[in-house]
Design a binder for this molecule. Structure first.
Ligand SMILES: NC(=O)c1ccc[n+]([C@@H]2O[C@H](COP(=O)([O-])OP(=O)(O)OC[C@H]3O[C@@H](n4cnc5c(N)ncnc54)[C@H](OP(=O)(O)O)[C@@H]3O)[C@@H](O)[C@H]2O)c1
Length: 286
């Protein structure tokens, strides 16, 4: 089975490639090609079709992920997240490859108190969220053998986002301002990658919510991180609106993993279990 991963230079793309390249995958004949942006720009339909030729599975981890930046660059966000998603879906159909398209919890407005399952109605509230929702719809229109995987709160080694940098910021004793209000499920990129690797080997196509179990806030996640690292803690816990972010975020991002349960495919840990494993991998528990 030949798997092509687009957005291979990003946080999830790198973790997924590592997961798929484990010796056990090679033993069952899995061959993985990672294409970073420089080798395949998803906004270029011709390039996408040419670079994905011969794939049995395409995983689209490429996206315009700067949530606040998207408010000022709507065209940039839609070019990658909507048209790019459509280009990849068309290529998958042309090559008769199955497609894994990655999306986001931000498609929801976060107003309901209960966790969101895959059958809840999206109501995106930012440019990034609307462009990602458009990408889901376009991918669904263009490709039948499709997994849409919504992830959230990703962190991991080498990630450029704030949650990936938290461990080092805590170790450096930096003073942090942390959201104590938004309900989130911080998800180690390796846990999400394992779940995606499991899913793509099946033909149980559909829409899936993939996140670590349980719930916390980013302040709660950081408090536990600091305890585990026995690092001096310096932070202020604030309300979401005090962070003055240009893009609106959903106050409740908690997923219910109904589709994983229905297909008996759930291998996600709790956020605490994943955090522990992440810290062990980073060689930094005390
Ligand atoms: N991180 C999270 O917490 C989170 C939450 C919910 C959903 N997601 C979704 O998860 C997926 C993976 O995100 P991530 O966390 O791995 O983000 P990331 O680290 O920012 O990776 C995204 C990658 O896509 C690349 N890219 C951007 N535009 C591209 C284009 N036109 N063609 C090809 N590649 C392009 C980026 O390259 P450059 O760096 O060169 O721009 C980057 O390497 C995305 O679909 C994202 O929307 C992430």
């Amino acid at each position: 089975m030949k798997i092509v991963v687009l957005g291979a230079g990003g946080l999830l793309g790198r973790h997924l490639i590592e997961e798929l390249r484990r010796p056990s995958s090679r033993e069952v004949g899995i061959e993985v090609r990672g294409l970073p942006r420089a080798e395949c720009n998803i906004a270029d339909a011709i390039e996408v079709r040419a670079r994905t030729a011969g794939a049995d599975v395409i995983v689209n981890c490429a996206a315009f992920t700067n949530v606040d930046g998207a408010e000022k660059d709507e065209d940039g966000a839609y070019r990658a997240n909507a048209l790019g998603a459509e280009n990849v879906a068309r290529a998958a159909t042309a090559h008769r490859a199955r497609l894994v398209h990655i999306s986001t919890d931000f498609v929801f407005d976060g107003a309901q108190p209960e966790p969101y399952d895959e059958f809840a109605r999206p109501n995106p509230q930012s440019v990034y969220a609307r462009s990602k929702w458009a990408g889901e719809e376009l991918a669904q229109k263009r490709c039948a053998e499709l997994f849409v995987v919504r992830v959230q709160g990703l962190y991991g080694d080498g990630g450029a986002n704030f949650s990936s940098k938290l461990r080092q910021l805590v170790l450096d004793g930096k003073t942090l301002k942390l959201d104590g209000e938004r309900r989130v499920q911080p998800t180690w990129a390796r846990s999400a990658a394992r779940q995606i690797a499991l899913l793509l080997a099946t033909d149980s196509y559909g829409l899936y919510h993939v996140s670590c179990k349980g719930e916390t806030t980013w302040a709660g996640f950081t408090r536990r991180l600091a305890e585990k690292l026995a690092a001096p803690t310096k932070w202020t816990v604030v309300r979401s609106d005090e962070l003055l972010a240009p893009a609106q975020r959903p106050p409740n991002c908690v997923f219910q993993h109904r589709m994983l349960a229905l297909h008996d495919l759930d291998c996600m840990p709790t956020w605490e279990e994943a955090q522990d494993e992440y810290l062990v991998e980073q060689g930094s528990t005390r």
